[in-house]
Design a protein around this ligand. Structure first.
Ligand SMILES: O=C(O)CCC(=O)C(=O)O
Ligand SMILES: [Fe+2]
Length: 198
């Protein structure tokens, strides 16, 4: 996790392959699949509150919000890891991160999420984005890479493509880094969430 903090310090974003081990990631993946089979996912919206709308042209993923007070054992383990990260980020960067909100996400074949920032207009609550990928055996050609522009505030120029491999954890400053999910060519699963200030 120290690598993660150092990268956040230096770049404002970090990607840590193998952050969660294969077995724990697989349990979360299975949980995600089962919830999807039960029809618990909904098409993700754009915006917030009364302005929330489903926009096919912007994003096509489906989400299921985590209920931290009713989390499965698998989720509790993952949330505990995130809690360590939250405390470490606060200690090192004085971010005042207070709580976490997150969801499972499924990108069916062909789904994407166009370039965006994670902070909603007129709000300041989402400070750090975290994404855990849950795709065993992901291969080049499966698509769904995260395209992250690496200069804060910049939606052009240098970027990296992060492969959504099982157990990789990505985090970045939510208000600063433009990012996009390239079209998935195989069903792509993840847990995306945000550390928020009060
Ligand atoms: O799944 C990803 O790689 C990014 C998802 C994302 O940008 C979001 O949900 O805001
Ligand atoms: Fe995002």
């Amino acid at each position: 996790m120290i690598e993660m903090l150092n990268a956040m310090d230096q770049f404002g974003w970090a990607s840590l392959p193998g952050c969660l081990d294969e077995a724990d990631s697989l349990r979360l993946r299975t949980e995600c699949e089962k919830a999807s089979d039960r029809g618990e996912f909904k098409r993700a919206g754009v915006g917030r509150g009364l302005n929330l709308e489903v926009r096919d042209d912007i994003r096509r993923d489906q989400v299921m919000w985590l209920q931290t007070d009713a989390a499965s054992v698998e989720q509790v383990f993952f949330l505990a890891r995130l809690e360590l990260l939250r405390l470490a980020l606060n200690q090192r960067f004085f971010l005042g991160l207070f709580e976490y909100e997150g969801h499972f996400a499924i990108y069916p074949e062909g789904a994407f999420y166009k370039a965006h920032l994670d902070r909603h207009a007129g709000t300041s609550d989402r400070i750090v984005t975290t994404i855990l990928y849950l795709n065993p055996g992901w291969q080049p050609g499966d698509g769904g890479e995260l395209k992250l522009w690496t200069t804060a505030g910049d939606k052009a120029g240098a970027f990296i493509l992060i492969e959504p491999r099982m157990g990789t954890l990505v985090c970045f400053m939510a208000a600063d880094f433009w990012h996009e999910v390239l079209p998935a060519r195989k069903t792509r699963m993840s847990i995306t969430g945000w550390f928020c200030q009060r």
